[in-house]
Design a protein around this ligand. Sequence first.
Ligand code: GLC
Length: 484
Amino acid sequence: MSCSVELYLPFVAVLYTGTMSDIDDFDGTEAELVAEDAQPENIEEQSPPTLEEQAATVLLQNDKGTYTSPDGNLYPHQWLWDSCFIAIGLRHLDVERARTELASLVRGQWKNGMMPNIIFSTDPKYRTDRNYWRSWINPHSPDDLATSGITQPPMLAEAVWQVGQSMNAAERRSWFRYMLPHIISYHEWIYDARDPHHEGLALLLHPWETGLDNTPPWMTQLHEHLMPSWVRAIRWAHLEGIIGFFRRDRHHIPAGQRFSTLEILTLFDAQRRLRRKAYHTTKILDHALFSVEDLTFNCILIRANSRLQDIARTVRHTLPEELEANMAKTEAALAELWDPYAKTYWSRDFITHQLLKQPSIASLMPLYAGTISKERAEELVRTLENQNVFGANFPVPSVPLDSPQFDPDRYWQGPSWVNTNWLIIDGLRRFGYNDHADALTESTLDMVAQGGFAEYFDPLNGKPLGADNFSWTAALTLDLLDTK
Ligand code: GLC
């Protein structure tokens, strides 16, 4: 695939100018329509844009200058793991722009190292979003930017590493030197703030931190014992319908593809509890609704730790001893999430230490972590092949097909997502399953070629769902095309 910026900008520029001048020139007369009819060969000359060109267009449409929003409507701000995936794709078009994407992400880093999952747009029309989080109540938050007060899977080290691979050796070293302190302080914060008992596993306080917002292990906890009394009162009074009418996401996406209103109200309640304690983890722990040692997050952390070591090695930097010790502990602690009877990994409740045994795509993430034994990797690959589990027509469903919680249209409860496919493809290659990785790359690209750059897809028929022109779908398509 061509890596040049020349392909990116002129192609899109031609596309835009073409459309605008057509509209400007057209005066609506019949003569003009006839004249256009008389020149069909002009139309025939234009070949349809390739998948690569279409992906570049999506990224350009969502480009806000220094960051790329996840889509053009529903998500106007900068999201943490979205920007990491976006940079991984953008590097094939314009490595400078990919650097800017990540550099603008670390502008939002808190002084204690925390990387927030959202950096809010400064546009006056989003004042409500900024006020809702009020990040400025915590002294560590950045002085000149409003952010959320929670994090998301730590994809930063991977993205920095991947962007570095598109540079020459000297540029790469200076890029790594620039980003290294940010990654170190982020990982140190994860251990300080989110591993208070020094178990080696990071805990999350809100489903939004998982990136897989309504994934079954978290939603089961919510329904079984975390719904606050005021939300239960709303259920009792059958008021969900009226409240749901005011939801912003419902103006863009059908209700059946998102959280239920009772779930979203519980999530807001959980967020308010965090805000009341100004996002200080130690003060929050006694009052938090959720506290889970999340499998996906910890697998991504293990991989990010090893990317951090690669980056440090490249620039001959010695990582702090305590951080190295913590990183080693996480690798070992993953084994505690293995269930020898079900032959799979689960997330774990931080307080009770009970494994949360609701199946989801998280069970495949230890492949991406890359540190599990060959035997366990083989067990996981078997579930990927199994037609009743993850073997859908348009893989990989975010919940296994045979799970009672599988719903083909609902967000992280069934649909296939391009980012999780990308993580699984990478994991398969690490364990030498190259044929499986190639097959999943092909089916992912087919799904996008057929359905467009949707946020997620129905795994049974490939129908595009959620937001359209979604940035990480476009960016990771570019990366998959390149590594094919
Ligand atoms: C949704 C997704 C999350 C993503 C965000 C922005 O909340 O669940 O993973 O980061 O949208 O795209």
